[in-house]
Design a protein around this ligand. Structure first.
Ligand SMILES: C[S@@+](CC[C@H](N)C(=O)[O-])C[C@H]1O[C@@H](n2cnc3c(N)ncnc32)[C@H](O)[C@@H]1O
Length: 210
């Protein structure tokens, strides 16, 4: 397997090869996702929330939850003082679950990795938890997120070690060198699901758009 020894829904999504495939897999997983991730001790949403709150002032808006899934982060962003958050995801089923929580101002069914229909610098902050990972979105998804993040705004994301070592780290260094962004914070690699065996660690990353 591409990423440890995961079974069932998790193993399948890590091995997805095409965007339509991953959307269909998440559609089928959407109703039980929150429960299964809670059982697995899923950490990315809490880590991203903590990083965002540390680097983006209360009240900043609008925010984009890129790869929002069922809205595990959106549930907390409003409570933390970010009044306008929009969700983007490739899976209609995941977005339907997010919609039920009533915490997003808009839901966008779109694919990361290609052009996005938002103006340059539109969002004050972007968070993307558990999306830059095996079988999901690679480095090709980063440039558009940077384009739609306003100067001075932050992009908080998690990146799985396999992607990090496979070119992500080099690209971040290159963008830093070009003055496009500043790497504000980078966590130590951590296991995102302690309840699962064989999970490849990820890191949390905070990038500030120049
Ligand atoms: C592990 S889930 C994370 C969801 C949410 N951020 C969380 O932490 O619970 C990954 C999400 O990324 C979405 N996704 C995968 N590939 C995508 C793509 N190319 N564009 C947009 N969303 C994508 C999936 O549909 C899924 O909802």
């Amino acid at each position: 397997m591409a990423d440890g020894r995961h079974q069932g829904a998790l193993g399948a999504v890590y091995e997805a090869k095409r965007p339509e495939e991953i959307a269909a897999l998440y559609d089928g997983w959407s109703e039980t996702y929150d429960h299964e991730m809670a059982v697995a001790g899923y950490r990315h949403p809490s880590i991203c929330l903590a990083l965002l709150a540390r680097h983006l002032p209360r009240g900043a808006e609008p925010l984009l939850d890129a790869g929002a899934g069922t809205g595990l982060i959106g549930e907390w962003l409003g409570i933390m003082g970010y009044p306008h958050v929009e969700a983007l995801d490739i899976s209609e089923g995941m977005l339907a679950q997010a919609a039920r929580k009533g915490v997003y101002k808009a839901l966008h069914r779109l694919a990361l990795g290609g052009p996005l229909p938002f103006a340059d610098g539109h969002f004050a902050g972007i968070v993307s938890a558990g999306v830059f990972t095996s079988g999901h979105v690679g480095i090709e998804g980063l440039d558009e997120l940077l384009r739609i993040c306003r100067p001075g705004g932050v992009l908080v994301l998690t990146v799985k070690n396999t992607l990090w070592d496979g070119g992500f780290s080099d690209r971040i260094a290159e963008l830093e060198g070009q003055g496009v962004l500043t790497r504000v914070e980078e966590t130590e690699p951590y296991v995102s699901m302690p309840g699962e065996t064989g999970t490849v660690p990820s890191r949390g990353l905070v990038l500030r758009r120049s």
